[in-house]
Design a protein around this ligand. Sequence first.
Ligand SMILES: [Zn+2]
Length: 152
Amino acid sequence: MHLRQVTACPQPAEYTTHRRQRRQLAWQIYTCPRHRRLFEWSVPGNLRRLAADDERPPCGTVHDHRPHAEIIVSHLRGWMCVSGTPSDSPDPSEDDWQAHLSNARNWFIATGESDLQAVTEQALRLAETGAVGGILTLLAHAETAAARRRRR
Ligand SMILES: [Zn+2]
């Protein structure tokens, strides 16, 4: 399980929602009332108020249970807003996360987003050493920093 912090909100969580895929828990998010319909993290049918004896982590805490490749691609398509490749090359397969990272780097070079370009370049360097856990930590930190900058 990997921890992510997708808001910069100081409130303790009062709600939780989750998504399942292939009969397994994919992720679970904890939010305050204001953030309970957070874009990309909202599954209204699964939303429930936390019970008195539930744990109450800070708003925006995500427990991500997906495989590494899916988490990496979810960062790229989610808060990093990569929506394609600058060239018209075909999309790599879903589990080829290194190709997705490399395309994202090229996307940020083309769009001039130097901060995100630097993040993806660092991730690609970690990929060369096989440090997948390090990539997840790097992306999670960058995601939290982005949420703070956007005051989400
Ligand atoms: Zn909140």
